[in-house]
Design a protein around this ligand. Structure first.
Ligand code: FAD
Length: 460
Protein backbone atom coordinates (compact mmCIF):
# COMPACT_ATOMS: atom_id res chain seq x y z
CA UNK A 1 0.00 0.00 0.00
CA UNK A 2 1.49 3.32 -1.07
CA UNK A 3 0.56 6.66 0.44
CA UNK A 4 0.96 8.34 -2.95
CA UNK A 5 1.40 7.22 -6.52
CA UNK A 6 2.58 10.01 -8.82
CA UNK A 7 1.88 9.26 -12.47
CA UNK A 8 4.24 11.18 -14.78
CA UNK A 9 7.83 12.03 -13.84
CA UNK A 10 7.96 15.38 -15.62
CA UNK A 11 8.25 18.92 -14.31
CA UNK A 12 5.42 18.85 -11.76
CA UNK A 13 5.66 15.10 -11.07
CA UNK A 14 9.28 15.11 -9.90
CA UNK A 15 8.58 17.96 -7.47
CA UNK A 16 5.53 16.10 -6.14
CA UNK A 17 7.31 12.76 -5.71
CA UNK A 18 10.42 14.29 -4.12
CA UNK A 19 8.41 16.35 -1.64
CA UNK A 20 6.05 13.50 -0.76
CA UNK A 21 8.90 11.09 0.00
CA UNK A 22 10.87 13.75 1.85
CA UNK A 23 7.81 14.26 4.06
CA UNK A 24 7.77 10.59 4.95
CA UNK A 25 5.09 9.34 2.52
CA UNK A 26 5.59 5.98 0.83
CA UNK A 27 5.81 7.17 -2.75
CA UNK A 28 5.81 5.47 -6.13
CA UNK A 29 6.60 7.43 -9.30
CA UNK A 30 5.39 5.94 -12.56
CA UNK A 31 6.92 7.27 -15.79
CA UNK A 32 6.25 6.00 -19.29
CA UNK A 33 9.65 7.01 -20.68
CA UNK A 34 13.12 5.89 -19.63
CA UNK A 35 14.09 9.07 -17.74
CA UNK A 36 12.63 11.83 -15.60
CA UNK A 37 12.23 15.51 -16.47
CA UNK A 38 9.30 15.47 -18.92
CA UNK A 39 9.13 18.59 -21.07
CA UNK A 40 12.55 19.74 -19.86
CA UNK A 41 14.41 16.58 -20.89
CA UNK A 42 12.16 14.94 -23.50
CA UNK A 43 11.01 18.26 -24.97
CA UNK A 44 14.31 20.18 -24.50
CA UNK A 45 12.33 23.05 -23.00
CA UNK A 46 14.90 25.41 -21.45
CA UNK A 47 15.32 27.54 -19.39
CA UNK A 48 12.88 27.66 -16.47
CA UNK A 49 11.13 31.01 -17.04
CA UNK A 50 11.40 33.67 -14.39
CA UNK A 51 8.07 34.06 -12.67
CA UNK A 52 8.75 36.48 -9.84
CA UNK A 53 10.44 36.59 -6.49
CA UNK A 54 7.98 34.76 -4.24
CA UNK A 55 9.39 31.81 -2.33
CA UNK A 56 6.09 29.96 -1.85
CA UNK A 57 6.66 26.25 -2.57
CA UNK A 58 10.01 26.73 -4.22
CA UNK A 59 12.05 24.38 -2.00
CA UNK A 60 12.24 21.71 -4.69
CA UNK A 61 13.40 24.16 -7.35
CA UNK A 62 16.05 25.62 -5.01
CA UNK A 63 17.33 22.14 -4.17
CA UNK A 64 17.38 21.16 -7.84
CA UNK A 65 19.33 24.28 -8.83
CA UNK A 66 21.79 23.64 -6.00
CA UNK A 67 22.35 20.01 -7.08
CA UNK A 68 22.65 20.94 -10.76
CA UNK A 69 25.29 23.54 -9.87
CA UNK A 70 27.38 20.81 -8.18
CA UNK A 71 27.44 19.01 -11.55
CA UNK A 72 28.43 22.18 -13.46
CA UNK A 73 25.06 21.94 -15.21
CA UNK A 74 23.36 25.15 -14.01
CA UNK A 75 23.91 28.87 -14.41
CA UNK A 76 22.31 32.02 -13.07
CA UNK A 77 21.46 34.20 -16.10
CA UNK A 78 20.16 37.70 -15.38
CA UNK A 79 19.06 36.65 -11.89
CA UNK A 80 17.37 33.43 -13.10
CA UNK A 81 19.05 30.30 -11.71
CA UNK A 82 16.86 27.96 -13.79
CA UNK A 83 19.27 27.57 -16.74
CA UNK A 84 19.99 23.82 -16.84
CA UNK A 85 21.71 21.19 -18.96
CA UNK A 86 18.84 18.81 -19.89
CA UNK A 87 20.98 15.65 -20.14
CA UNK A 88 22.63 16.09 -16.73
CA UNK A 89 19.18 16.88 -15.33
CA UNK A 90 18.17 13.25 -16.02
CA UNK A 91 21.05 12.05 -13.83
CA UNK A 92 20.49 14.58 -11.06
CA UNK A 93 16.76 13.81 -10.88
CA UNK A 94 17.43 10.07 -10.55
CA UNK A 95 19.81 10.80 -7.72
CA UNK A 96 17.69 13.40 -5.96
CA UNK A 97 14.49 11.37 -5.97
CA UNK A 98 16.03 8.06 -4.97
CA UNK A 99 17.96 9.83 -2.17
CA UNK A 100 14.68 10.55 -0.36
CA UNK A 101 13.23 7.10 -1.03
CA UNK A 102 10.99 7.59 -4.10
CA UNK A 103 10.46 4.25 -5.87
CA UNK A 104 10.68 4.91 -9.59
CA UNK A 105 9.08 2.70 -12.23
CA UNK A 106 10.13 3.63 -15.79
CA UNK A 107 8.48 2.34 -18.98
CA UNK A 108 5.22 2.08 -17.10
CA UNK A 109 1.86 3.80 -17.28
CA UNK A 110 -1.62 3.31 -15.83
CA UNK A 111 -3.96 0.93 -17.63
CA UNK A 112 -7.06 1.15 -15.43
CA UNK A 113 -8.28 1.97 -11.92
CA UNK A 114 -10.56 0.41 -9.32
CA UNK A 115 -12.74 2.64 -7.12
CA UNK A 116 -14.15 2.09 -3.64
CA UNK A 117 -17.76 2.95 -2.72
CA UNK A 118 -16.89 6.58 -2.06
CA UNK A 119 -15.45 7.10 -5.55
CA UNK A 120 -11.90 7.03 -4.23
CA UNK A 121 -9.26 5.33 -6.33
CA UNK A 122 -8.42 2.14 -4.45
CA UNK A 123 -6.13 0.45 -6.91
CA UNK A 124 -4.18 1.42 -10.00
CA UNK A 125 -3.36 -1.24 -12.57
CA UNK A 126 0.06 -0.45 -13.89
CA UNK A 127 0.95 -1.42 -17.40
CA UNK A 128 4.51 -2.06 -18.46
CA UNK A 129 5.49 -1.01 -21.94
CA UNK A 130 3.67 -3.63 -24.00
CA UNK A 131 5.96 -3.37 -26.94
CA UNK A 132 9.16 -4.04 -25.04
CA UNK A 133 7.49 -6.93 -23.21
CA UNK A 134 6.37 -8.43 -26.51
CA UNK A 135 9.79 -8.07 -28.01
CA UNK A 136 11.37 -9.75 -25.00
CA UNK A 137 8.95 -12.61 -25.38
CA UNK A 138 9.69 -12.84 -29.08
CA UNK A 139 13.40 -12.95 -28.41
CA UNK A 140 13.08 -15.79 -25.94
CA UNK A 141 10.77 -17.85 -28.17
CA UNK A 142 11.98 -17.09 -31.65
CA UNK A 143 15.48 -15.77 -31.59
CA UNK A 144 16.34 -17.45 -34.94
CA UNK A 145 13.59 -16.02 -37.10
CA UNK A 146 12.68 -12.91 -35.19
CA UNK A 147 12.58 -10.55 -38.16
CA UNK A 148 10.05 -12.72 -40.07
CA UNK A 149 7.58 -13.30 -37.30
CA UNK A 150 7.73 -10.13 -35.32
CA UNK A 151 4.74 -8.19 -36.70
CA UNK A 152 2.43 -11.22 -36.78
CA UNK A 153 3.33 -12.36 -33.29
CA UNK A 154 3.01 -8.88 -31.98
CA UNK A 155 -0.55 -8.65 -33.28
CA UNK A 156 -1.46 -12.09 -31.94
CA UNK A 157 0.00 -11.19 -28.62
CA UNK A 158 -1.95 -7.97 -28.39
CA UNK A 159 -5.14 -9.81 -29.44
CA UNK A 160 -4.58 -12.29 -26.68
CA UNK A 161 -4.24 -9.54 -24.17
CA UNK A 162 -7.65 -8.23 -25.19
CA UNK A 163 -9.40 -11.57 -25.32
CA UNK A 164 -7.99 -12.87 -22.05
CA UNK A 165 -9.09 -9.79 -20.23
CA UNK A 166 -5.44 -9.18 -19.64
CA UNK A 167 -4.74 -10.35 -16.16
CA UNK A 168 -4.79 -14.15 -16.39
CA UNK A 169 -1.96 -15.01 -18.68
CA UNK A 170 -0.15 -11.70 -18.68
CA UNK A 171 0.16 -10.95 -15.02
CA UNK A 172 3.56 -9.44 -15.49
CA UNK A 173 2.06 -6.77 -17.73
CA UNK A 174 -0.61 -5.57 -15.36
CA UNK A 175 0.27 -4.96 -11.79
CA UNK A 176 -2.31 -3.89 -9.19
CA UNK A 177 -1.05 -1.18 -6.84
CA UNK A 178 -2.97 0.00 -3.80
CA UNK A 179 -2.65 3.62 -2.86
CA UNK A 180 -4.27 6.27 -0.70
CA UNK A 181 -3.72 9.20 -3.08
CA UNK A 182 -2.96 9.59 -6.76
CA UNK A 183 -1.29 12.60 -8.36
CA UNK A 184 -1.84 12.90 -12.11
CA UNK A 185 1.24 14.67 -13.48
CA UNK A 186 0.99 13.34 -17.03
CA UNK A 187 0.57 16.73 -18.71
CA UNK A 188 -2.44 15.44 -20.63
CA UNK A 189 -4.44 14.28 -17.60
CA UNK A 190 -4.28 10.62 -18.61
CA UNK A 191 -5.33 9.31 -15.19
CA UNK A 192 -8.29 11.71 -15.10
CA UNK A 193 -9.30 10.38 -18.51
CA UNK A 194 -9.10 6.75 -17.34
CA UNK A 195 -11.19 7.68 -14.29
CA UNK A 196 -13.87 9.22 -16.51
CA UNK A 197 -13.41 12.69 -14.98
CA UNK A 198 -14.94 15.80 -16.49
CA UNK A 199 -12.70 18.25 -18.31
CA UNK A 200 -12.85 21.95 -19.03
CA UNK A 201 -14.25 22.52 -22.50
CA UNK A 202 -12.19 24.64 -24.83
CA UNK A 203 -14.02 27.26 -26.84
CA UNK A 204 -13.24 27.60 -30.53
CA UNK A 205 -9.76 29.07 -31.10
CA UNK A 206 -8.69 28.10 -27.59
CA UNK A 207 -5.64 26.27 -28.78
CA UNK A 208 -1.91 26.95 -28.94
CA UNK A 209 0.52 25.69 -31.59
CA UNK A 210 2.96 22.88 -30.82
CA UNK A 211 6.75 23.13 -31.16
CA UNK A 212 9.48 20.54 -31.69
CA UNK A 213 12.59 21.91 -30.02
CA UNK A 214 16.21 21.13 -30.93
CA UNK A 215 19.80 21.99 -29.99
CA UNK A 216 22.70 23.02 -32.24
CA UNK A 217 26.26 22.60 -31.01
CA UNK A 218 29.71 23.61 -32.26
CA UNK A 219 28.78 27.32 -32.36
CA UNK A 220 31.48 29.95 -31.86
CA UNK A 221 29.49 31.87 -29.25
CA UNK A 222 31.95 34.78 -28.99
CA UNK A 223 31.50 35.40 -32.71
CA UNK A 224 27.71 35.04 -32.60
CA UNK A 225 27.52 37.36 -29.56
CA UNK A 226 29.63 39.98 -31.36
CA UNK A 227 27.26 39.76 -34.33
CA UNK A 228 24.21 40.20 -32.07
CA UNK A 229 25.80 43.17 -30.30
CA UNK A 230 26.30 44.74 -33.72
CA UNK A 231 22.66 44.48 -34.77
CA UNK A 232 20.99 44.80 -31.34
CA UNK A 233 23.25 47.25 -29.55
CA UNK A 234 20.57 48.29 -27.04
CA UNK A 235 20.01 44.60 -26.11
CA UNK A 236 16.28 44.94 -26.65
CA UNK A 237 15.76 41.28 -27.51
CA UNK A 238 19.28 39.88 -27.23
CA UNK A 239 20.58 39.83 -23.63
CA UNK A 240 24.22 38.70 -23.47
CA UNK A 241 26.18 37.96 -20.31
CA UNK A 242 29.65 36.56 -19.64
CA UNK A 243 29.45 33.96 -16.88
CA UNK A 244 32.88 32.71 -15.85
CA UNK A 245 34.72 31.78 -19.03
CA UNK A 246 31.62 31.50 -21.17
CA UNK A 247 29.27 33.75 -23.06
CA UNK A 248 25.57 33.15 -22.41
CA UNK A 249 22.82 34.75 -24.45
CA UNK A 250 19.35 34.61 -25.82
CA UNK A 251 17.70 36.20 -28.84
CA UNK A 252 14.39 35.99 -30.66
CA UNK A 253 12.34 36.98 -33.69
CA UNK A 254 8.66 36.43 -34.51
CA UNK A 255 6.53 37.42 -37.47
CA UNK A 256 4.30 39.34 -35.05
CA UNK A 257 4.42 43.10 -34.60
CA UNK A 258 5.63 44.23 -31.20
CA UNK A 259 9.26 44.29 -30.16
CA UNK A 260 11.92 45.78 -32.39
CA UNK A 261 13.13 42.49 -33.80
CA UNK A 262 16.79 42.98 -34.67
CA UNK A 263 16.83 39.77 -36.75
CA UNK A 264 13.84 40.78 -38.90
CA UNK A 265 15.76 41.83 -42.07
CA UNK A 266 17.77 38.60 -41.98
CA UNK A 267 14.66 36.42 -41.79
CA UNK A 268 12.98 38.41 -44.56
CA UNK A 269 16.04 37.98 -46.75
CA UNK A 270 16.15 34.22 -46.13
CA UNK A 271 12.44 33.82 -46.94
CA UNK A 272 12.86 35.88 -50.14
CA UNK A 273 15.87 33.72 -51.14
CA UNK A 274 13.90 30.51 -50.54
CA UNK A 275 16.22 29.40 -47.69
CA UNK A 276 13.26 29.40 -45.28
CA UNK A 277 9.54 29.13 -45.83
CA UNK A 278 7.42 31.96 -44.45
CA UNK A 279 6.08 29.49 -41.85
CA UNK A 280 9.61 28.58 -40.73
CA UNK A 281 10.03 32.23 -39.79
CA UNK A 282 6.89 32.49 -37.64
CA UNK A 283 8.78 32.10 -34.35
CA UNK A 284 12.48 31.88 -33.57
CA UNK A 285 14.06 31.89 -30.12
CA UNK A 286 17.40 30.57 -28.84
CA UNK A 287 19.06 30.18 -25.45
CA UNK A 288 22.56 29.02 -24.55
CA UNK A 289 22.65 25.86 -22.45
CA UNK A 290 24.33 25.69 -19.04
CA UNK A 291 27.49 23.57 -19.06
CA UNK A 292 27.35 22.97 -22.83
CA UNK A 293 29.87 25.27 -24.45
CA UNK A 294 28.92 26.27 -27.99
CA UNK A 295 25.34 24.96 -27.72
CA UNK A 296 22.08 26.81 -28.38
CA UNK A 297 18.62 25.45 -27.56
CA UNK A 298 16.00 26.46 -30.10
CA UNK A 299 12.40 27.19 -29.03
CA UNK A 300 11.22 26.45 -32.58
CA UNK A 301 9.96 25.41 -35.11
CA UNK A 302 6.45 26.30 -34.01
CA UNK A 303 3.98 24.44 -36.21
CA UNK A 304 1.31 26.83 -37.46
CA UNK A 305 -1.10 24.16 -38.73
CA UNK A 306 -3.54 23.02 -36.05
CA UNK A 307 -2.43 19.74 -34.49
CA UNK A 308 -4.86 17.49 -32.62
CA UNK A 309 -2.58 16.07 -29.95
CA UNK A 310 -5.02 13.24 -29.21
CA UNK A 311 -4.80 12.03 -32.83
CA UNK A 312 -1.65 10.08 -33.75
CA UNK A 313 -2.03 10.80 -37.48
CA UNK A 314 -2.15 14.52 -36.83
CA UNK A 315 0.82 14.35 -34.44
CA UNK A 316 2.82 12.22 -36.91
CA UNK A 317 2.35 14.75 -39.71
CA UNK A 318 3.39 17.56 -37.37
CA UNK A 319 6.56 15.71 -36.35
CA UNK A 320 7.59 15.13 -39.96
CA UNK A 321 6.87 18.74 -40.85
CA UNK A 322 8.77 19.98 -37.79
CA UNK A 323 11.89 17.93 -38.52
CA UNK A 324 11.94 19.30 -42.09
CA UNK A 325 11.75 22.79 -40.67
CA UNK A 326 14.55 22.02 -38.16
CA UNK A 327 16.82 21.08 -41.04
CA UNK A 328 16.04 24.30 -42.94
CA UNK A 329 16.52 26.42 -39.81
CA UNK A 330 19.90 24.80 -39.14
CA UNK A 331 21.07 25.49 -42.73
CA UNK A 332 19.75 29.04 -42.44
CA UNK A 333 21.75 29.65 -39.24
CA UNK A 334 24.93 28.30 -40.83
CA UNK A 335 24.47 30.53 -43.87
CA UNK A 336 23.35 33.79 -42.24
CA UNK A 337 24.82 33.91 -38.70
CA UNK A 338 28.54 34.40 -38.01
CA UNK A 339 29.72 31.78 -35.52
CA UNK A 340 27.66 28.92 -36.99
CA UNK A 341 30.23 27.82 -39.59
CA UNK A 342 30.99 24.52 -37.80
CA UNK A 343 27.63 24.15 -36.07
CA UNK A 344 25.50 21.02 -36.31
CA UNK A 345 22.20 19.65 -35.01
CA UNK A 346 23.14 17.72 -31.86
CA UNK A 347 19.70 16.93 -30.38
CA UNK A 348 16.10 16.87 -31.58
CA UNK A 349 13.49 16.59 -28.83
CA UNK A 350 11.90 13.16 -28.53
CA UNK A 351 8.59 14.71 -27.52
CA UNK A 352 6.47 17.32 -29.20
CA UNK A 353 6.21 20.47 -27.07
CA UNK A 354 2.55 20.79 -26.13
CA UNK A 355 1.51 24.07 -24.54
CA UNK A 356 -2.06 23.14 -23.67
CA UNK A 357 -4.21 20.03 -23.89
CA UNK A 358 -6.81 18.35 -21.67
CA UNK A 359 -7.50 20.15 -18.36
CA UNK A 360 -9.32 18.62 -15.40
CA UNK A 361 -12.51 20.07 -14.01
CA UNK A 362 -11.43 20.74 -10.45
CA UNK A 363 -13.06 21.80 -7.21
CA UNK A 364 -12.17 25.36 -8.23
CA UNK A 365 -11.88 26.47 -11.86
CA UNK A 366 -9.22 29.15 -11.87
CA UNK A 367 -9.86 31.98 -14.32
CA UNK A 368 -8.17 34.80 -16.18
CA UNK A 369 -10.12 37.19 -13.94
CA UNK A 370 -8.51 35.64 -10.82
CA UNK A 371 -5.13 36.27 -12.39
CA UNK A 372 -5.81 39.83 -13.47
CA UNK A 373 -7.35 40.76 -10.13
CA UNK A 374 -4.49 39.07 -8.28
CA UNK A 375 -7.03 37.20 -6.12
CA UNK A 376 -5.58 36.01 -2.81
CA UNK A 377 -6.22 32.56 -1.27
CA UNK A 378 -5.58 31.09 2.23
CA UNK A 379 -2.70 28.58 1.63
CA UNK A 380 -1.72 29.48 -1.93
CA UNK A 381 -0.01 26.83 -4.04
CA UNK A 382 2.16 29.49 -5.65
CA UNK A 383 2.60 33.18 -6.18
CA UNK A 384 3.85 34.25 -9.60
CA UNK A 385 3.82 37.05 -12.13
CA UNK A 386 4.56 35.22 -15.38
CA UNK A 387 2.42 36.88 -18.10
CA UNK A 388 -0.58 35.41 -19.92
CA UNK A 389 1.39 33.99 -22.85
CA UNK A 390 -0.83 32.87 -25.73
CA UNK A 391 0.93 31.66 -28.86
CA UNK A 392 -1.22 31.85 -31.95
CA UNK A 393 -0.88 30.21 -35.34
CA UNK A 394 -2.04 33.42 -37.00
CA UNK A 395 0.34 36.24 -37.91
CA UNK A 396 0.12 39.04 -35.30
CA UNK A 397 -2.21 36.80 -33.29
CA UNK A 398 0.02 35.96 -30.30
CA UNK A 399 -0.30 37.92 -27.07
CA UNK A 400 1.90 38.36 -24.01
CA UNK A 401 -0.13 40.16 -21.37
CA UNK A 402 1.94 41.41 -18.45
CA UNK A 403 0.25 41.22 -15.07
CA UNK A 404 0.97 41.65 -11.36
CA UNK A 405 1.35 38.87 -8.81
CA UNK A 406 -1.36 36.20 -8.64
CA UNK A 407 -1.94 33.15 -6.45
CA UNK A 408 -3.42 29.71 -7.14
CA UNK A 409 -5.65 27.76 -4.72
CA UNK A 410 -5.07 24.05 -4.03
CA UNK A 411 -8.70 23.31 -5.01
CA UNK A 412 -7.66 23.90 -8.67
CA UNK A 413 -5.43 20.85 -8.28
CA UNK A 414 -8.23 18.59 -6.98
CA UNK A 415 -10.48 16.60 -9.27
CA UNK A 416 -14.15 17.50 -8.82
CA UNK A 417 -15.13 13.89 -9.57
CA UNK A 418 -12.64 11.65 -7.76
CA UNK A 419 -11.90 12.42 -4.12
CA UNK A 420 -8.33 11.24 -3.83
CA UNK A 421 -7.13 12.36 -7.28
CA UNK A 422 -4.92 15.46 -7.55
CA UNK A 423 -3.73 16.98 -10.82
CA UNK A 424 -0.52 19.02 -11.21
CA UNK A 425 1.26 20.66 -14.15
CA UNK A 426 -0.18 22.07 -17.32
CA UNK A 427 -3.43 20.04 -17.06
CA UNK A 428 -4.83 21.69 -13.91
CA UNK A 429 -8.28 23.19 -13.48
CA UNK A 430 -7.79 26.59 -15.11
CA UNK A 431 -9.43 28.34 -18.03
CA UNK A 432 -7.50 28.74 -21.27
CA UNK A 433 -6.02 32.18 -20.52
CA UNK A 434 -5.15 31.39 -16.91
CA UNK A 435 -3.41 28.17 -17.97
CA UNK A 436 -1.40 30.24 -20.46
CA UNK A 437 0.23 31.99 -17.48
CA UNK A 438 0.43 29.00 -15.14
CA UNK A 439 1.99 26.42 -17.46
CA UNK A 440 5.61 27.57 -16.99
CA UNK A 441 7.99 25.23 -15.24
CA UNK A 442 8.43 27.25 -12.06
CA UNK A 443 4.67 27.15 -11.43
CA UNK A 444 4.54 23.43 -12.28
CA UNK A 445 7.32 22.71 -9.73
CA UNK A 446 5.37 24.66 -7.09
CA UNK A 447 2.14 22.78 -7.87
CA UNK A 448 3.85 19.41 -7.36
CA UNK A 449 5.46 20.52 -4.13
CA UNK A 450 2.24 22.06 -2.79
CA UNK A 451 0.08 18.99 -3.40
CA UNK A 452 2.64 16.69 -1.79
CA UNK A 453 2.73 18.93 1.30
CA UNK A 454 -1.08 19.05 1.35
CA UNK A 455 -1.32 15.25 1.27
CA UNK A 456 1.31 14.83 3.96
CA UNK A 457 -0.65 17.25 6.16
CA UNK A 458 -3.79 15.12 5.59
CA UNK A 459 -1.85 11.99 6.58
CA UNK A 460 -0.78 13.78 9.78
C1 FAD B 1 7.32 24.66 -26.91
C2 FAD B 1 7.23 24.99 -25.47
C3 FAD B 1 8.08 25.94 -24.95
C4 FAD B 1 8.02 26.24 -23.59
N1 FAD B 1 8.94 27.12 -23.09
C5 FAD B 1 9.05 27.23 -21.76
C6 FAD B 1 10.16 27.91 -21.20
O1 FAD B 1 11.03 28.40 -21.91
N2 FAD B 1 10.24 27.98 -19.84
C7 FAD B 1 9.28 27.46 -19.02
O2 FAD B 1 9.39 27.59 -17.80
N3 FAD B 1 8.22 26.79 -19.52
C8 FAD B 1 8.11 26.64 -20.87
N4 FAD B 1 7.09 25.90 -21.39
C9 FAD B 1 6.07 25.31 -20.49
C10 FAD B 1 6.54 24.12 -19.68
O3 FAD B 1 7.71 23.53 -20.18
C11 FAD B 1 5.47 23.02 -19.58
O4 FAD B 1 4.17 23.55 -19.54
C12 FAD B 1 5.70 22.22 -18.30
O5 FAD B 1 7.02 21.72 -18.29
C13 FAD B 1 4.68 21.10 -18.20
O6 FAD B 1 4.97 20.33 -17.06
P1 FAD B 1 4.10 19.04 -16.72
O7 FAD B 1 4.66 18.49 -15.47
O8 FAD B 1 2.66 19.40 -16.78
O9 FAD B 1 4.34 18.05 -17.95
P2 FAD B 1 5.68 17.36 -18.43
O10 FAD B 1 6.89 18.06 -17.95
O11 FAD B 1 5.53 17.21 -19.91
O12 FAD B 1 5.64 15.94 -17.74
C14 FAD B 1 4.71 14.94 -18.05
C15 FAD B 1 5.38 13.60 -17.76
O13 FAD B 1 4.42 12.57 -17.73
C16 FAD B 1 4.87 11.46 -18.50
N5 FAD B 1 3.67 10.79 -18.94
C17 FAD B 1 2.75 11.23 -19.83
N6 FAD B 1 1.72 10.38 -19.91
C18 FAD B 1 2.00 9.38 -19.04
C19 FAD B 1 1.31 8.20 -18.67
N7 FAD B 1 0.14 7.89 -19.19
N8 FAD B 1 1.87 7.38 -17.76
C20 FAD B 1 3.08 7.68 -17.21
N9 FAD B 1 3.77 8.79 -17.53
C21 FAD B 1 3.23 9.63 -18.42
C22 FAD B 1 5.68 12.10 -19.60
O14 FAD B 1 6.57 11.17 -20.20
C23 FAD B 1 6.39 13.21 -18.83
O15 FAD B 1 7.58 12.76 -18.23
C24 FAD B 1 7.08 25.60 -22.75
C25 FAD B 1 6.23 24.65 -23.27
C26 FAD B 1 6.30 24.33 -24.62
C27 FAD B 1 5.41 23.29 -25.16
Amino acid sequence: MYDVVVVGGGTAGVAAAYTAAKNGLKTLLVEKKIHLGGSITSGLVLPVMNSGKSDINRDFFDKLAEEMAKYGAQIDFEGNKGWFDPEILKIVLDKLLTSVGVEIRFLTSVYSVEFDFHKNIKKLFLQQELLSECINKLYSNNSDCLRDVEPKMLLEYLDKIDSDNISKENKRLLEPIETRYVIDATGNCDVGKICGCNFIENLENETQPVTLRFIMSGIDMEKFAAFLRGIDADNEVSPIERIGEEIHLSTAYTWDKGSRWALKPIFEKAVAAGDLTEEDSNYFQVFTVAGCRGALAFNCPRIVKNVDITDITSVSKALIEARGSIFRLSRFCKKYFPGFENAYISNIADDLGIRVSRRIKGKYIYTERDIIEGKRFDNPVLEANYPIDVHSSAKDGSTLKKIGYYQLPVESLMSADVNNLFVVGRCISADFKAQAALRVQMSCFSMGEAVAKYISALRG
